[in-house]
Design a protein around this ligand. Sequence first.
Ligand SMILES: Cc1ncc(COP(=O)(O)O)c(C=O)c1O
Length: 434
Amino acid sequence: MATSVSSSSLAINGGSKAVAGQDDQLFRWPIVTAEDEQAVLDVLRAGNMSGIDITQKFEAEWGQYLGTKYNLGHCNGTMALLAAMFAVGLGRGDEMILPSITYWASGLQTYSLGATPVFADIDPVTLTIDPKDIEHRITPKTKAICVVHYCGHPCDMDAIMPIARKHKLKVIEDVSHAQGTLYKGKRVGAFGDAAGISMMAGKSFPTGEGGMFCTNDEMIYQRAVAFAHYERIGSDVTDPKLRNQCIGQGRIGALPLGGVKGRMNQTASAMGRVQLKHYEKRIKEIQDAINRFWDLLEGVPGLRPHRPAKGSGSTMGGWYNPLGHYLPEELGGLSVDKFVEAVNAEGGRVGRNINFPLHLSPVFLQADIYRDGKPTRNAFTDRDVRQQAGSLPHSEAAGERCVGVPYFKHDQPEIITRYAEAYKKVALRAEELL
Ligand SMILES: Cc1ncc(COP(=O)(O)O)c(C=O)c1O
């Protein structure tokens, strides 16, 4: 690494920048080529946006990729996850355990089903749900656990699944950050009972707006169809009891039990089919780039990679929203905000980038959404399940102990070295910022 930059003063204090230029192509996402354009145009020209034939092809190809037998395209990941919650049986009065550090759509849908979210803490190293913090939260009302492979890091499924099986709980995997992530050699999304996956444009697997529900359990699949896909109930829901709930006698058609429509727009499915063809190659390049960045920073105080150990067979997939561990105690107590400001002054492109702890949001502490005269969090349960500040220490500390890192989409060693130099320079000169 060039020592000349490290030896110059910090850009925030008037020194030269470690990173010059904008490098827009390095970060640009999604990668859209003439092949995507043609596939989408074909759908538009055929006026076939609301059909399901292309979506069904995409589902079959996606299922082959992930290792799931039943796959159902959705309009977004939020809807795919809502369908998964309903499909595994979550309903009125049930509880679902999930991590507090995630996007709201890993669990806020519980409210729509009359169910209650219960947050578990994260493991401070993996930033995913801490298996050791799950079991003591299980009550007779607990029906499911939703695990989130956060920022591409796989959850510890070998520890989680036995807990779930012991207590007869269903496991939903939120794979929105981790399409293609390997856990001990196997793609995440097929470990639990069902998975929900965002495929919105910013995700590592992009279709514009879209989502996928996946399962290997036929009955769970049929329930997902019955929930939000009225157009497939007649063909795909064969269970007599479920079918009778959706379809009346005579000329009365099929109605979805969720009262919602989850269908994926076929322009998104068409794009998804093209994206899938190139996906493994593209995420390999992302992994090479971000691993390169972290290898360059080995031994630098205050910074550690967020990634599984080398040789574990686990990967970060498309490494959505890459983060690093930030250790202020090694940098004289420098706050992450100040660190980020200084890296950005060097020409870096960084934010803090971690989700806020959901359990402290007013939506989970105060909001009375359905006018029950009490917070919705407690409206479907007989006890106060709210979790106040101080209750989930690792989730609450994560904002101060994580830092965003550049989301490289291409492995360009020379430029990546400059970005690594920006982080290194600020870390080595942290005392100048105190
Ligand atoms: C972890 C997680 N779950 C669910 C979702 C919801 O997906 P969508 O935005 O496609 O509805 C997102 C992202 O947006 C997410 O980051």
